[in-house]
Design a protein around this ligand. Structure first.
Ligand code: GLN
Length: 545
């Protein structure tokens, strides 16, 4: 029987509920339990796929091709459990499905209402698609009191009545602010938030109190008294020096023990935390450092490249080095002359051009590829970055107008829209000008590698790999031959041999472009081989300069 942990947030947003959920799941997992984490997003988009990374951070893609909230990335990185479409739901998806059913006449003339139709759909989602899980953690996006999240709160309230008495637990994440002028921590916002939650029929069992200053025992007792929870269930959650210290920190504060106690479990095995100890040891005690320049478009908001940022850190963990990331706006290179590009990129030990959409900044990305190629600086191109590496190679091969049809009409479409590809559901076809939402090649697809390629070596000599994709354009196979003559090797292709997946330059210290997103599958315990390889090459580079 799966037990449910509902995680809500109060007082303000950005308290790190996702990280908290991921950490709690990791701690339960470390005690031998099988966990799954789900995210309920109250907004009306059907999925975050069409939202700007500036609005909502990165779109995290699952193996089964769902475009989901970036919190699912935290969940995967902390637990190693691959998320699925059935782990992320939005109000938009719920309403879309209900309205489609209503149009089909499935409700047989009934009035369709928030309660019970919307709440039933939310409950169904919470209970669906699980096997022998011990714990299902459900994180509700937003803050208690938001109009949008009301149906989700109501669904939780109902579920807490419908499931067994000890089968659910409510964890509320709040803020205990420090008022410098008074020199005091304030518990009132937490009291109000718990009262708001209680007015919706949900009594929290555990309070996780985010704070910048230690919470004295007297304040813990006060919170316990006013909020109707046990003193031990008021868990202080002080700001952590790194996200990787959070699970160990919450364990020391007793979070997992208190959650288990809430379920009446007193004989749980002690958690096996040596993996986390190793990760924090590597993170806090590096034996060197490298600087990587990431030349992209959404550099103003680090969350827009969340998984990439983490995968670079993991590459550092694998090599026991600190990775300094310099976020460089590709667009600024378009206004600057060559010497300024050189002075911006020269200090970098590695250059990475990440995924992205649209023409803005593309010439700056192409200039960065050229710099890395000519100067023998390790280069990693991901998705759009790989496409730009091919456009750069084509221009070098004499195709001066080489470009991508994503940026407008071109005589040399080195990158063009994918019109057809094979998926598990059969042939997928796309036409120019179709819907933008849900029309990409999404999720895990296999690639066949040339086994004597550098990339295959990094994957331990593998001839087949599976990686996650999110793209609408592809490198045009008609240009493979001239590009290979120019020095790019197509080291990985889709199994049908049609879609280029990996390019590399054997005459360069480390130059790899991939059509997929390896950053989505990197974990602190299991750094992705391409990121480990890229950082190792950057470390070599740092010794040369
Ligand atoms: N815009 C490119 C495409 O759709 C690249 C996508 C990406 O980098 N994720 O193919």
């Amino acid at each position: 029987m799966a037990r449910y942990i509902f995680i809500t947030g109060g007082v303000v947003s950005s308290l790190g509920k996702g990280l908290m959920a991921a950490s709690l799941a990791a701690l339960l997992q470390a005690r031998g339990y099988k966990v799954r984490i789900r995210k309920f997003d109250p907004y009306l988009n059907v999925d975050p796929g069409t939202m700007s990374p500036y609005q909502h951070g990165e779109v995290y893609v699952t193996d089964d091709g769902a475009e989901t909230d970036l919190d699912l990335g935290h969940y995967e990185r902390f637990t190693g459990v691959s998320a699925r479409q059935s782990d992320n739901i939005t109000s938009g998806r719920v309403y879309r499905d209900i309205i489609a059913k209503e149009r089909r006449g499935d409700y047989l003339g009934a009035t369709v209402q928030v309660i019970p139709h919307v709440t039933d759909a939310i409950k169904e989602f919470a209970l669906a698609d699980q096997s022998d899980h011990d714990f299902i953690l459900c994180e509700i996006g937003g803050t208690v009191g938001d109009i949008e999240s009301l149906p989700f709160m109501e669904a939780i309230r109902q579920l807490r009545n419908e499931l067994e008495p000890m089968q659910t637990l409510s964890v509320h994440v709040t803020l205990v602010p420090y008022i410098a002028a008074a020199g005091e921590l304030k518990t009132k916002p937490t009291q109000h938030s718990v009262r708001e939650l209680a007015s919706l029929g949900i009594k929290p069992d555990v309070l996780l109190c985010r704070a910048e200053h230690p919470i004295p025992d007297s304040e813990r007792r006060k919170i316990a008294n006013f909020c109707n929870v046990r003193h031990e269930a008021v868990i202080p959650a002080l700001d952590a020096p790194s996200i990787y210290s959070v699970p160990l920190q919450y364990h020391r504060e007793g979070l997992d023990a208190e959650v288990l106690r809430g379920f009446g479990i007193t004989d749980a095995p002690e958690p096996e935390l040596s993996g986390w100890a190793d990760v924090t040891d590597r993170y806090f005690n590096p034996e060197g450092e490298v600087t990587i320049g990431v030349v992209g478009k959404y550099v103003g908001l680090p969350d827009a490249y969340k998984s990439l940022n983490e995968a670079l850190v993991h590459g550092g963990l694998a090599n026991r080095v600190k990775v300094n990331i310099k976020w460089i706006d590709a667009e600024i290179f378009e206004e600057k002359d060559e010497s300024e590009i050189v002075s911006a990129l020269e200090p970098m030990h590695g250059i990475l051009v990440p995924g992205g959409f649209g023409e803005r900044g593309s010439e700056g990305k192409i200039s960065s590829v050229r710099f890395a190629r000519q100067r023998n600086v390790p280069f990693f191109g991901i998705c759009l970055g790989m496409q730009m590496a091919c456009v750069e190679g084509a221009r070098e091969a004499g195709f001066n107008d080489a470009s991508s049809t994503e940026f407008g009409k071109t005589h040399e479409p080195v990158v063009g829209i994918i019109s057809e590809w094979m998926s598990e559901e059969g042939i997928q076809q796309r036409v120019e000008g179709g819907d933008l939402g849900g029309t990409m090649r999404l999720g895990a697809y296999e690639a066949k590698l040339t086994t004597d390629s550098n990339t295959s070596q990094m994957y331990g000599g593998a001839d087949t790999i599976s990686e996650r994709h999110r793209h609408r354009y592809e490198v045009n196979a008609a240009y493979i031959e001239p590009l290979e003559r120019q020095g790019l090797v197509f080291a990985g292709m889709s199994p049908d041999g049609l879609l280029p997946e990996i390019v590399e330059r054997p005459d360069h210290p480390w130059f790899v472009g991939v059509q997929f997103h390896p950053e989505l599958k990197s974990r602190p315990f299991d750094p992705h081989p391409l990121f480990a390889g890229f950082i190792a090459a950057a470390l070599e580079q740092s010794r040369l300069v």
